[in-house]
Design a protein around this ligand. Structure first.
Ligand SMILES: [Mg+2]
Length: 417
């Protein structure tokens, strides 16, 4: 087979609206996702797709700078690609882990297209035809255009969860917290569990809690069907300390996101379930390697969501399809989006699951008209600061946070900087 060499990288920032702004412990997604869509072209005419984003900003220039490094690289040489982009010592100056992930997605897409197989077939072969997802519930501001979508009270949270379950069939529910005082979020989580008997639950305050708050919260949910307690406090030493007080499995997508941290967590156990993110870990293949370590060492794994349109979702589905030790529903922000840039429209949930794409490569294609439309929306609105809350100008959290949003206050802030 002749070498399939990389000839060009095209990156296009897009903005796709969310149903409503999503609050989290550091700030918010301001009513939209900004993602950078990456197209890798080869000298023999293939185009592979990648995606990056999550922080509210455009990554186009970073990909533009990479083109010089990669022109002429054989896209089949994925291990070489890792060192060409993110050699561990060079990464001290230029950390390109997430850029590498998007290029890896595109290279796998090209390899699959060229060989006429889906990406999962390149990764050991699928073990399942669909991947189950959790409902991923957020506290939300109302959409300023419609006045709808607010989730602030336990009643609103339960209504939102029931609607998502009715629409998509979710049986697992994740509450993103760390926004309101822990006692309010505990009441909301308990109301959620009471309203959906037989389902499973997980809580993720993104490390905002003090050890004392996390102990109180954990002891307050011991009687519920918890999958795990996700990043309740910051850092492996504190997570280990928390386990002495609260017998719920811990999970992280934050403090075990590379192999050095995974090794540290095995030497000094702190986290039970490693949430594998195809962007944070630098690609689909590093996640599979990490899952192998977890399988050996008796740690659980799940598929994490750092925000996604259909290309990134496809990477999560191919990953979820091939992990033998996938013991939990995956997370996705996907159902909060109103549209996607992939051909055929957004992928659909059925029974809380999404089917693994079966086309060659990643199995998704761009809808050029939508790419253009949502690129125009990006140009109109610009980026947004992921780690700022539009409803609390000037606020930023400490870790642990003590300065919570007020759950008695219903506001609909402006969503421009
Ligand atoms: Mg998390």
């Amino acid at each position: 087979m002749s070498a399939t060499t990389l000839s060009a990288i095209r990156a296009t920032p897009v903005t796709v609206p969310l149903e409503a702004p999503l609050l989290h412990s550091n700030g918010a997604h301001w009513g939209r996702f900004v993602r950078t869509i990456v197209e890798v072209e080869t000298a023999d005419g293939y185009v592979g797709l990648g995606e990056m984003g999550g922080g509210g900003e455009d990554a186009t220039r970073a990909f533009g700078a990479l083109a010089e490094y990669l022109r002429g690289h054989d896209v089949f040489r994925l291990e070489a690609l890792r060192f060409a982009i993110c050699n561990p010592t060079a990464s001290l100056y230029n950390n390109r882990t997430q850029l590498h992930a998007a290029i890896e997605f595109a290279c796998l897409d090209i390899i699959g297209q060229k060989l006429g197989v889906p990406v999962h077939a390149l990764l050991g072969g699928k073990l399942r035809d669909e991947v189950e997802f959790a409902s991923y519930l957020f506290f939300r501001y109302a959409d300023p255009a419609t006045g709808r979508g607010e989730v602030r009270t336990a009643e609103q949270l339960v209504e939102n969860a029931r609607a998502l379950k009715a629409a998509h069939g979710f049986r697992v529910h994740k509450l993103k917290g760390g926004v309101y005082p822990p006692a309010h979020e505990l009441a909301c989580y308990r109301a959620l569990a009471a309203s959906l008997p037989g389902d499973r639950f997980r809580y993720d305050p993104n490390s905002a809690l003090s050890l004392a708050d996390a102990i109180d919260f954990g002891r307050g949910i011991l009687d519920l069907t918890n999958d795990y307690f996700e990043d309740p406090v910051w850092g492996m030493p504190q997570l280990a300390r928390l386990k002495e007080f609260v017998p719920i499995p811990t999970a992280t997508n934050t403090v075990v996101v590379n192999f050095e941290q995974l090794a540290a967590n095995i030497r000094s156990p702190a986290v039970d379930v490693i949430l594998l993110d195809t962007t944070f870990w630098g690609g689909i293949r590093p996640c599979i390697k990490a899952a192998g370590v977890c399988e050996t060492m008796g740690l659980g794994v799940a598929v994490h969501s750092s925000g996604e349109l259909g290309i990134q979702l496809a990477t999560m589905l191919h990953l979820g399809a091939v992990l033998p030790n996938l013991g939990y529903a995956a997370d996705a922000h996907y159902h909060h989006l109103v549209d996607d840039v992939i051909a055929g429209g957004p992928m659909k949930y059925s029974g809380g699951a999404i089917r693994v794409p079966e086309g060659n490569g990643l199995g998704v294609a761009l809808d050029r008209e939508k790419l253009k439309r949502y690129h125009e929306l990006f140009r109109e609105l610009g980026g947004y600061p992921y780690d700022r809350d539009p409803g609390r100008p000037g606020w930023y959290p400490l870790v642990p946070n003590r300065n919570w949003a007020d759950p008695a206050r219903s506001i609909t802030p402006r969503l421009t900087r």
